[in-house]
Design a protein around this ligand. Structure first.
Ligand SMILES: Nc1ncnc2c1ncn2[C@@H]1O[C@H](COP(=O)(O)OP(=O)(O)OP(=O)(O)O)[C@@H](O)[C@H]1O
Ligand SMILES: [Mg+2]
Length: 159
């Protein structure tokens, strides 16, 4: 799916729709968010966390490498930022174990920098800046983890 998103608010909305869809999966889900600085990755994840009813505010974990949030349901939301991180640091933090637990939803900003460590079923989200307020989002879900309902919802809300 490739869509244009014309405001941060709409970006958050799409994020919350995806979270609501993925929260139902009884498996670990890994999202790799890829795209330039300021292209909307964190903004998307603020909405994603909202969709999981995470109570805390989502801030960028750049200097902490990752943050873990409890969701309203059974799931945990892990927010990683691989921008300044080396793969070996992620491994020593135990990212592989985190990516195996079925109660975890894991989002990795700059996931393309740690591609070798991503599971092959990782959902890839590509963000691109089109103009001040417009972004393009491409969702690549080769393993078919996301339901059609999300794609319908996303398309009709940004239309
Ligand atoms: N349509 C849009 N979607 C998302 N963000 C937008 C949009 N239009 C403008 N913005 C602005 O662009 C910026 C996106 O910043 P954000 O932190 O989400 O980017 P990022 O991809 O996480 O960057 P970084 O790689 O530095 O972490 C925010 O200031 C946001 O308000
Ligand atoms: Mg960010």
């Amino acid at each position: 799916m490739k869509i244009k998103i014309s405001s941060p608010l709409k970006m958050r909305k799409i994020g919350s729709y995806l979270a609501q869809d993925l929260a139902k999966r009884e498996m670990a889900v890994v999202l790799s968010l890829e795209g330039d600085l300021g292209s909307g990755k964190t903004t998307f994840l603020q909405g994603f966390a909202k969709g999981l009813n995470v109570e805390e505010e989502i801030t960028s974990p750049t200097f902490l490498i990752f943050k873990k949030y409890k969701t309203e349901g059974q799931k945990f939301f892990y927010h990683f930022d691989a921008y300044r991180v080396e793969e070996k640091d992620l491994l020593s933090l135990g990212i592989n174990e985190i990516m195996e637990k079925k109660e975890n939803l894991i989002a990795i900003e700059w996931g393309n920098k740690v591609k070798k460590n991503l599971p092959k079923e990782a959902i890839r989200l590509f963000f691109e800046v089109i103009s001040d307020l417009e972004r393009e989002l491409i969702v690549s879900d080769k393993s078919g983890i996301i339901s059609d309902k999300f794609f319908e919802r996303a398309r009709s809300s940004v239309g």
